[in-house]
Write a protein that binds this ligand. Structure first.
Ligand SMILES: [Fe+2]
Ligand SMILES: [Fe+2]
Length: 245
């Protein structure tokens, strides 16, 4: 299986080129990818502990080692770029160019091997396609491009072994498991989009409150302040203490 960019990533190629053109953003993105890969590696090591299938245990462990190695390679390249470019915070466009996403949604304890393999196969497939797209637009940075090409070989192996093992464990229901995993990924994508949209709407509403609701109160306070006399004010005449009325 030769990983290739998806049609969407092909259409978004100019956008990907723009995202990866900035050296500092490239460094930050690689460091973020390193975190995701390391996280995925830990989840796969946990999956290796939980499975009762000896062949799957070996494959999960090899997969975990690969993801851990990817984390190290991404972190190393990210640090090199940061040292040469200097650090600064900025827009990372993670929604458009997220790297090996999907492994971060993994719940290894709750999934039987068949569901986990279907989920892993789709995530690896998507990640391999994205990495292929990023490698295509990195003409100006040959070292990072070579890094993606190297990692792609492992991702192709992850794609292939998960598919093969799913066919071994569930020869009749593999299509159903893949369909369910696909539905789960669509749901996760919807939740991510909804959360991002909620964040934007919250921001807009708070800005509207700040600029529309606060000014009248500020004007009222200013008017009230004008009515106040300046300097010491005479105290009120004390009320007699004979009765409360
Ligand atoms: Fe990876
Ligand atoms: Fe992978």
């Amino acid at each position: 299986m030769r990983p290739a960019p998806s049609t969407l990533d092909r259409l978004l190629k100019p956008l990907h080129r723009w995202i990866w053109a900035d050296g500092r953003r490239r460094a930050r993105k690689l460091l973020r990818f390193a975190e995701t890969e390391a996280d995925g590696g830990r989840d796969l090591a946990r999956a290796a502990e939980l499975t009762r299938d000896p062949l799957l245990r070996r494959l999960y462990l090899r997969h975990a080692e690969d993801e851990q190695r990817h984390a190290g390679l991404f972190a190393q390249r990210g640090r090199e770029l940061l040292l040469s470019q200097g650090n600064s915070r900025g827009f990372e466009a993670n929604f458009i160019a997220p790297g090996e996403r999907g492994l971060d949604d993994l719940r290894v304890e709750d999934e039987p091997d068949e569901a986990l393999l279907a989920f892993l196969h789709l995530s690896e497939n998507a990640a391999a396609g994205r990495f292929a797209a990023y490698a295509e637009v990195l003409e100006a940075d040959r070292t990072t491009r070579a890094l993606f090409a190297r990692i792609l070989e492992d991702e192709a192996f992850h794609m292939a072994y998960t598919r093969k093992q799913l066919a071994r464990l569930a020869p009749r229901k593999q299509g159903l498991h893949l369909w369910k995993a696909r539905a789960g990924r669509v749901w996760s994508a919807y939740l991510r989009l909804a959360a991002a949209l909620a964040g934007v709407l919250g921001h807009v509403l708070l800005l509207a409150q700040y600029f529309l609701l606060l000014p009248p109160f500020a004007l009222l306070t200013r008017r009230a302040a004008r009515r106040e006399t300046e300097g010491f004010a005479a105290s009120r005449t004390p009320t007699p203490l004979r009765s409360q009325y």
